[in-house]
Design a protein around this ligand. Structure first.
Ligand code: PEP
Ligand code: MG
Length: 323
């Protein structure tokens, strides 16, 4: 099977009936690039920049960040690189950036909430990204966005830093796309409004499922509630994809669900544009995609969206697709 997958390395990600999708990789550092290219990644769908901050004894400088972003953009040689701005907080802490003690860190001060509050840190990251943008095809996304004013504030800061660099005569790319992660149910529900203003969505199902089901996957007592195939989750995802497409925007997914062989046929049926996953899952996903017929997957997704439970959907997919 592995040998069969390896043959797909330089192939498109395409269904049996010829519909083309994108399969990209999730990375944490520039060191992960070799694995992405070895496994035929068509882009980086999620670069988790918080590792730059976590692997450092102090806030990484603009120069250190620039070097890392440039390496990833150059390494991908013109393929899309979607960089997520710092997602600190929740379970990810920085010793040199004391965060307030909170009752519910996952519902607290984290990700874009920190970036908008500590815009000094955010501006440094955006400047490094802007300067690196000329070395490849850069997309930037903001984590844990819950409201439109948060996105607008982030975009305003981005525009300000871009104008400052240009005034200094520093070259920056003109076509950087700005998007948001869809991880907060409020944003998933209001996706039509967001879609009018963002360039793209990337659905972060790891958090979106947890927040929607009010269930922490790390908690064994209630792990049965972590249900990626629950029709409520599938309907949220469908709403996000449809909203993006109604506005001519791009819909990606970078949560673990994107690389899940049970979810993938449903996501093909719902018309997700990009599947971003760990590099080691990409060829298997491409191989599965090749066996699927889009029209049949649309019907399968419709059936799933009308079911009652997670387990019913799982059984439906298992009985319809032979991996
Ligand atoms: C997600 O929440 O699905 C996601 C991709 O972000 P992270 O796993 O880094 O929280
Ligand atoms: Mg997340």
């Amino acid at each position: 099977q592995k040998a069969e997958w390896a043959k797909l390395k330089d192939k498109e990600s395409v269904t049996a009936d010829g519909k083309v999708f994108m399969i990209g990789a999730n990375i944490g550092t520039p060191k992960d690039l070799a694995g992405v290219l070895d496994n035929g990644g068509e882009g980086v769908g999620l670069y988790r920049t918080e590792f730059l901050y976590m692997d450092s004894k102090e806030l990484p400088t603009e120069e250190e960040q620039f070097t890392a972003y440039k390496a990833v953009l150059e390494g991908m040689a013109g393929k899309t690189v979607t960089v997520r701005t710092m997602d600190i907080g929740g379970d990810k802490n920085l010793p040199y950036l004391p965060l307030p003690k909170e009752e519910n860190p996952f519902l607290g001060y984290r990700a874009i909430r920190i970036s908008l509050d500590r815009d000094d840190i955010f501006r440094t990251q955006l400047r490094a990204l802007l300067r690196a943008s000329v070395y490849g095809n850069l997309w930037i996304m903001f984590p844990m966005v819950a409201t439109l004013p948060e996105f607008r504030a982030a975009r305003k800061i981005f525009d300000e830093e871009k104008a400052k660099l240009e005034a200094q005569g520093i070259l920056v790319a003109e076509d950087i796309k700005l998007g948001i992660m869809i991880e907060v149910p409020a944003a998933a529900i209001l996706a039509d409004k967001f879609a009018a203003e963002v360039d793209f969505f990337s659905i972060g199902t790891n958090d979106l499922i947890g927040y929607s089901m009010a269930a922490d996957r790390g908690n064994d007592k209630i792990s049965y509630l972590y249900q990626p195939y629950n029709p409520s989750i599938l309907r949220l995802i469908k709403n996000v994809i449809d909203a993006a497409h109604d506005h001519g925007k791009f819909a990606a997914m970078c949560g673990e669900m994107a690389g899940d062989p049970i979810a993938l046929p449903l996501l093909v049926g719902m018309g997700l544009d990009e599947f971003s996953m760990s590099a080691t899952s990409m060829l298997q996903a491409r191989s599965l995609m090749k066996k699927l017929d889009t029209t049949a997957m649309q019907a399968l997704a419709e059936q799933a969206l009308d079911m009652d439970t997670n387990d019913e959907v799982k059984a439906l997919v298992e009985s319809s697709i032979n991996n």
